[in-house]
Design a protein around this ligand. Sequence first.
Ligand SMILES: *[C@@H]1O[C@H](CO)[C@@H](O)[C@H](O)[C@H]1NC(C)=O
Ligand SMILES: *[C@@H]1O[C@H](CO)[C@@H](O)[C@H](O)[C@H]1NC(C)=O
Ligand SMILES: *[C@@H]1O[C@H](CO)[C@@H](O)[C@H](O)[C@H]1NC(C)=O
Ligand SMILES: *[C@@H]1O[C@H](CO)[C@@H](O)[C@H](O)[C@H]1NC(C)=O
Ligand SMILES: *[C@@H]1O[C@H](CO)[C@@H](O)[C@H](O)[C@H]1NC(C)=O
Ligand SMILES: *[C@@H]1O[C@H](CO)[C@@H](O)[C@H](O)[C@H]1NC(C)=O
Ligand SMILES: *[C@@H]1O[C@H](CO)[C@@H](O)[C@H](O)[C@H]1NC(C)=O
Ligand SMILES: *[C@@H]1O[C@H](CO)[C@@H](O)[C@H](O)[C@H]1NC(C)=O
Ligand SMILES: *[C@@H]1O[C@H](CO)[C@@H](O)[C@H](O)[C@H]1NC(C)=O
Ligand SMILES: *[C@@H]1O[C@H](CO)[C@@H](O)[C@H](O)[C@H]1NC(C)=O
Ligand SMILES: *[C@@H]1O[C@H](CO)[C@@H](O)[C@H](O)[C@H]1NC(C)=O
Ligand SMILES: *[C@@H]1O[C@H](CO)[C@@H](O)[C@H](O)[C@H]1NC(C)=O
Length: 718
Amino acid sequence: MTRYSSILVALAASGVVAITPEQMLGAPRRSEAVPNPSGEIAYFSVSQYSFQEQSSSSAWKLLDLKTGDIKDLALNGSEVSEIVWLPGTETGIIYLNGTNEETPGGVSLWIGDALNPSESSLVASLNAPFSGLKVANTSSGDLHFLVNSLAYPNGTAYNPELAPKPRNTGQLYSNIYPRHWDTWLTKERYAVFAGTLSGNSSYSLAQPGLRNLLQGINFTVTRPESPVQPFGGSGDYDISPDGEVIAFLSKATHLNKANYTASYIYLGPFDGSEVPAPINGPDSEADDEGHKGASAVPTFSPDGSKLGYLQQDGIEYESDRWKLYVVDISEDGVSASNWHGIASEWDRSPDSIHWAPDGKSVFVSAEDFARTRIFNIPLNASNSFTPKNLTGVTSVSAYSVLPDSSLLVSASGIWTSRDYYITSIDGSPKILFSSTKVDPELAGLGPEHYDEFFYTGSLGVQLHALVVKPTNFVANKTYPLAYIIHGGPQGSNGNVWSTRWNFQVWADQGYVVVAPNPTGSTGFGQELTDAIQNNWGSYPYEDIVLGWEYIDANLSYVDTENGIEAGASYGGFMTNWIQGHDLGRKFKALVTHDGVSNTLADYASEELWFIQHDNNGTIWDDRENYERFNPLDHILNYSTPHFIVHNTLDYRLPESDGLALFNILQSRGVPSRFLNFPDENHWVLDPENSLFWHQEIFNWINYWSGVGGPLDDNAIGQ
Ligand SMILES: *[C@@H]1O[C@H](CO)[C@@H](O)[C@H](O)[C@H]1NC(C)=O
Ligand SMILES: *[C@@H]1O[C@H](CO)[C@@H](O)[C@H](O)[C@H]1NC(C)=O
Ligand SMILES: *[C@@H]1O[C@H](CO)[C@@H](O)[C@H](O)[C@H]1NC(C)=O
Ligand SMILES: *[C@@H]1O[C@H](CO)[C@@H](O)[C@H](O)[C@H]1NC(C)=O
Ligand SMILES: *[C@@H]1O[C@H](CO)[C@@H](O)[C@H](O)[C@H]1NC(C)=O
Ligand SMILES: *[C@@H]1O[C@H](CO)[C@@H](O)[C@H](O)[C@H]1NC(C)=O
Ligand SMILES: *[C@@H]1O[C@H](CO)[C@@H](O)[C@H](O)[C@H]1NC(C)=O
Ligand SMILES: *[C@@H]1O[C@H](CO)[C@@H](O)[C@H](O)[C@H]1NC(C)=O
Ligand SMILES: *[C@@H]1O[C@H](CO)[C@@H](O)[C@H](O)[C@H]1NC(C)=O
Ligand SMILES: *[C@@H]1O[C@H](CO)[C@@H](O)[C@H](O)[C@H]1NC(C)=O
Ligand SMILES: *[C@@H]1O[C@H](CO)[C@@H](O)[C@H](O)[C@H]1NC(C)=O
Ligand SMILES: *[C@@H]1O[C@H](CO)[C@@H](O)[C@H](O)[C@H]1NC(C)=O
């Protein structure tokens, strides 16, 4: 950390201390760094929003993995959406160009050299907005690739620009699950498509073009779909290094999508000679042994002989523990054998798999004590094996394994939007890049404003909380508490950079942010996560009260008299619960972003698996579970000024919950404001919207806490 101190001194001397919402939102955002096959250079993208220009720009960069030097990869950042290193070459690349001269709404594939990208040539014109490129070189010299797109029920890729405009806007449903996240379901589903680039003198797309790998899979209830929506991408499928075998993820075809999270890994030959079949579906060894839930990240070993993947046990529990499995793949890519779990008793939930070059171990990342860390797991590890963390204080966003088995890590933390570093099983990290050193918007940030503490929670276990102090913190002053509750509830507050809930930006308004990890949190063992079931308002609330008492007694620099509390999603539910309970009287203001106010309205969500799991039953058989922790049952206690955000495109948690709460607060004379974004979902992503979100929330809390000036007159009146 000494590297940071020298710049800090310099920055403090120049008087640059705090980060504003505008600086945070206008700072460069850098992607994962992806190394070339020899591990000498890596590319990454950087995008940036300009409030002055009111537009975003993006560019591709090359990072020298020896020196940390960065130079431009001269490909037009608004045209090139994805780049893949060409397997077998040093600096060859294949990329997706988001424009297509022949087909409006299509994309094109180009091949070139990262060191001379202006010489790239067009190799394929694709007639729909495909994305998620994965490429393998074959022994014949042909390239095999996978991409994904929405597809019509007949399997043909769907190009919205060419689709005829319907004459009415009616959407008719006869099945549960008409909409999800921010999208009403249509007849199209996502599918993985396979294509071949013939590699004779120059590459070109072999006839008959792209093939939908999901065609021909039978189903009874749920049509096969991959990537799984809304968050699935190219991590939901893989191609073997020799290009001959494919694997992808799709939800259980015999279960409805509202009640169940179960999904399976499908395996099949690239050439389509067999219809892909699930390796861990009903009647498989995995299923027989009770491993029936969602699957993830199918990943071929370097020699293609094995496939690693993750699976949860519970068929309807989205936050069950992920466990690591490996199978052997037959030569023809049709069947899997020798299915077995590895380190299955390890009390962490891995979320990625990368094979070591020798194929004898895998690297996984998992949440661990409020950050994501990397671990190494040998294939011969027993079920009781406990992997050791290879990374430390910041949070891993993505990583790649280099030819010498070291790791190129892309990370972030409260004080850095992006770090790139190389580390290894026994080596110490070599930092190549840290955004805080180069981005003027981040000047003054550093680990010295960050702290953590543990305290005893309601169940007697040690609970974690993180603390973020303002950048201009002085020890002999006090700062009002900004107490921030995370969503999920199976989630965490961690040492990670966020453009939605950036704790340093909150702290720099003049607060000490404390962000606890109460019962229900992830990364501290499955027991703590599971203990929130049927207990949304009990243990976590008690933990949050105990955390507040700890701060009040032990953090001398925190002013708990003038504190505020805020939370989104489950954190919004908890804020609404706090408003009706004693802890609500300890705060000058509350902020709810997209939170449940009426648990009896839970069935307006489409994720029934979630509410039925978390309430341990249905609202008709176990109604008392839904009534027990209903914020609307405590209206008579509501009295703390309350700012409510609820967005129209939040289909998991419809805006009626925010409106009901606001209407009640207004009716009862409790100072309150309601902020709606008609074009945002559960999250506020547009930079201009996000800036308004920050400005209005900060205006509210700063007024009531006494940190800032008067309330603004931006609200729409009479
Ligand atoms: C990049 O591509 C966009 C879209 O095709 C185009 O408008 C822009 O001029 C290009 N920029 C450069 C520097 O070529
Ligand atoms: C692909 O593999 C073939 C056979 O090993 C080889 O001849 C060819 O050069 C490779 N192509 C690339 C782009 O590496
Ligand atoms: C992208 O494709 C367009 C044609 O659709 C072409 O003019 C442009 O040069 C391509 N850009 C790159 C970086 O390949
Ligand atoms: C698939 O359906 C779409 C939409 O109805 C249609 O435009 C397309 O021609 C069909 N493709 C085939 C191969 O039948
Ligand atoms: C190269 O491949 C393309 C596409 O399959 C084909 O049209 C062409 O005839 C091939 N050329 C040679 C020389 O084999
Ligand atoms: C799908 O069902 C049809 C009709 O029952 C059957 O002929 C076909 O073999 C099945 N396909 C697969 C991949 O099981
Ligand atoms: C969903 O699950 C609930 C609870 O198990 C059950 O009562 C309901 O019938 C299921 N819905 C469908 C459409 O299968
Ligand atoms: C596991 O394999 C490694 C080599 O990859 C070997 O060094 C180690 O002894 C093996 N451990 C066990 C328990 O077999
Ligand atoms: C692993 O985590 C611990 C804290 O839990 C930390 O002290 C240690 O430095 C980490 N190990 C590495 C290699 O970063
Ligand atoms: C508080 O600390 C600063 C140095 O951090 C010092 O300059 C100032 O005099 C102190 N104020 C009081 C009231 O002690
Ligand atoms: C204050 O911290 C001490 C030491 O960690 C702890 O024993 C005590 O319980 C804390 N006070 C409260 C009210 O949590
Ligand atoms: C959930 O319901 C089952 C059956 O009624 C009961 O045995 C179990 O204890 C409940 N779990 C929780 C966490 O309430």
